[in-house]
Design a protein around this ligand. Sequence first.
Ligand SMILES: [Zn+2]
Ligand SMILES: [Zn+2]
Length: 362
Amino acid sequence: MAQEVRGVVAPGKDQPVRVETIVIPDPGPGEAVVRIQACGVCHTDLHYKQGGINDDFPFLLGHEAAGVVESVGEGVTEVAPGDFVVLNWRAVCGNCRACLRGRPWYCFNTHNAKQKMTLASTGQELTPALGIGAFAEKTLVAAGQCTKVDPAVSPAVAGLLGCGVMAGIGAAINTGNVGRGDSVAVIGCGGVGDAAVAGARLAGAGKIIAVDIDDRKLAKARELGATDTVNSRETDAVEAIRSLTGGFGADVVIEAVGRPETYQQAFYARDLAGTVVLVGVPTPEMKLELPLLDVFGRGGALKSSWYGDCLPSRDFPMLIDLHLQGRLPLDAFVTETIQIDEVEKAFERMHEGDVLRSVVVL
Ligand SMILES: [Zn+2]
Ligand SMILES: [Zn+2]
């Protein structure tokens, strides 16, 4: 039987979000219905609301979530009712050219639930944010979007691994391949950048330099493991990173802003043969200009990090376990917990810059 639950819907471009009654169909083959316990408010939700992702309104927002599997459809073997899961937006297919070559974290054919959730009032089909839609009491996803983790962790903390925090940690440990004793610089210390700092610390980096234009963010980065901080409004970031690394630059520089200026800083702030990781997401009109001779002459690797190049089935349980052992302070990313009708207010606070994550608790 289809069920009716409450969910946060963005009805149209730049219109305030509202709590609506939505219809969740029973799970079909390969699908699961998940009772959501917590879901973080991410910038991507705001971009959906602003029409910055696409025009497929109305959106059911929310995608950094954890909850309990309520029911599964035919053929689902990976999860069962009662499992505590973190939702991911890259359910790997197992059959594409990346999966077949043993690189499922690059899967080019990730999938979502086939059936649609709808608005109870009009019957209109909803587009779930990143194929999840978890600012809702329940949601319908592909079973592969559910990753079982240790239920000892708080749902508010676990859900954050589903997006920004995983992107940042993965940028350091997967894409950047940070090793013990490496020097690492992170440019831009929002949620993703701070997670990259935490990831670098987890990987055993020797020096971790956090760069931002906001001293409050730098203080938070220090809490998460930064050994040095640079306010790039007051100091030249490249010079500062070089002088903190014996004049050479960092082994790995993680760009968590997604702008040409900060990418150039990252490019020149790394040591010869070092690695630049771009995890900040640029906009379509941005262009990068670099002397090609410098690209050649400085060697190393220029990489982009998609969702931290994570494999949810491998990385989520591992990171939750490390958190439960006290080695990864994921709780530091939860600034506040809020109710389902406070998402619009959370968007405003996000702008003010002193919130890492507001998390809706259901
Ligand atoms: Zn695939
Ligand atoms: Zn997100």
